[in-house]
Design a protein around this ligand. Structure first.
Ligand code: NAD
Ligand code: UD1
Length: 337
């Protein structure tokens, strides 16, 4: 039997596919390539030394999904497919609700009809909203401040209701903190189109000279150096968390929300320093106004992941920066094209 990975050609999905294949799992990869390059699929094959079926299908396309479940023997789904840009979600909310919420409903309906009732879902620390009560625990109050966050919260509710309605379902709602870094090989990583919104891809573009300098959004937060603090985790640690979550849905029923973070926060300036050390490149920056909607500090209480999944993040900030730099340099020199 195989694991269907939706959004498997994306940033987190591609790293997870490699880990699944290397662990001996069979996979079926689904992606509509709205935010991924088709050559990523070849890199997954190259890195794992394994082949697998690929479906260029949209989760909104029910017949396409039905065909996959008719042809393939799917045991469980790891569901990454979705739109993820917070700012864009404010501008085109209907696209976000349709893609992330309707798409997931579609997927679950097809899964239920096929008798496949195990799902690992990509939720986000964004469901904790602008609460200041860190570290965030799974039972902390939830709130959202933008349509993207609302889609994650809605899908969590939908999966909880689904599990309550039918005791055969099991769902792991993984709340990721801030994934960064890249595969050691430099063949997989995060390569957003246009000017990046997130810190690490922005720093990486400054390092290779594509952007002039980093704007540090605020240095007057109530944090040790005044800049925002986040819980950055290596994307490979995150990928491994999905293998643990897969084991969990195989052996448990019901819905469970679980944080995936390191439990340690780093400030923007600490990340800049770590990146400079890893790359040997100076990152010019200036202090800019706070970004609307940002909170001062966000980090996980990761103890539930350790207790239920036996998972802990293992890779350091230095390793995250070194791997991100290696990937960016290879992209820049055309080696990964
Ligand atoms: P990504 O954009 O790199 O990957 C998502 C993949 O899904 C892309 O390959 C895209 O082409 C595909 N996709 C989108 N809509 C689709 C559809 N309708 N049908 C089929 N494929 C579709 O993003 P990522 O960073 O790998 O994130 C994966 C998941 O994790 C997303 O659901 C995201 O919201 C969530 N998440 C990401 C972060 C983060 O910081 N990267 C944090 C928390 C949660
Ligand atoms: C972003 C998302 C959030 C998502 C999270 C994890 C936004 C508004 N929020 O938040 O929904 O859950 O990623 O994927 O996109 N920073 C700068 N300069 C920059 C970019 C960022 O100073 O050019 C600072 C930010 O103010 C923040 C930190 O760096 O303090 C991290 O920012 P970012 O990478 O965007 O992640 P989040 O703010 O956690």
């Amino acid at each position: 039997m195989a694991i269907l990975v939706t959004g498997g050609a994306g940033y987190i999905g591609s790293h997870t596919c490699v880990e699944l294949l290397q662990a001996g799992e069979d996979i079926v990869l689904l992606d509509n390539f709205s935010n991924a390059k088709p050559q990523v699929v070849n890199r997954i094959k190259e890195l794992s030394g394994r082949d697998f079926p690929l479906y260029a299908v949209d989760i909104l396309h029910r017949e396409g999904l039905e065909k996959i479940f008719a042809r393939e023997d799917i045991e469980a789904v790891i569901h990454f497919a979705g739109l993820k840009a917070v700012g864009e979600s404010v501008k085109i909310p209907l696209d976000y609700y349709q893609n992330n919420v309707s798409g997931t409903i579609n997927l679950c309906q097809v899964m239920a009809r096929a008798g496949c009732k195990k799902i690992v879902f990509s939720s986000s620390a964004t469901v904790y909203g602008n609460s200041t009560d860190v570290p965030f625990r799974e039972d902390s109050p939830l709130s959202t401040t933008n349509p993207y966050g609302s889609t994650k919260r809605m899908v969590e509710d939908i999966l909880r209701d689904l599990c309550a309605s039918d005791p055969e379902w099991s769902a792991c709602l993984l709340r990721y903190f801030n994934p960064i870094g890249a595969h050691k090989s430099g063949l997989l990583g995060e390569d957003p189109n246009g000017i990046p919104n997130n810190l690490l891809p922005y720093i990486a573009k400054v390092a290779v000279g594509q952007l002039e300098r980093l704007n540090v959004f605020g240095n007057d937060y109530d944090t040790p150096d005044g800049t925002g603090v986040r819980d950055y985790l290596h994307v490979v640690d995150l990928a491994i968390g999905h293998l643990k979550a897969l084991d969990y849905v195989r052996t448990h029923k019901g819905a469970e929300a679980i944080n995936l973070g390191t439990g340690r926060g780093y400030s923007v300036l600490e990340v800049v320093k770590a990146f400079e050390k890893a790359s040997g490149v100076t990152i010019p920056y200036r202090i800019a106004p706070r970004r609307p909607g940002d909170i001062a500090t966000c980090y996980a209480d990761p103890s539930k992941a350790k207790k239920l999944l036996g998972w802990e993040a293992a890779r350091s900030l230095e390793e995250m920066c070194a791997d991100a730099w290696n990937f960016t340099r290879r992209q820049q020199s055309g080696e990964s094209q």
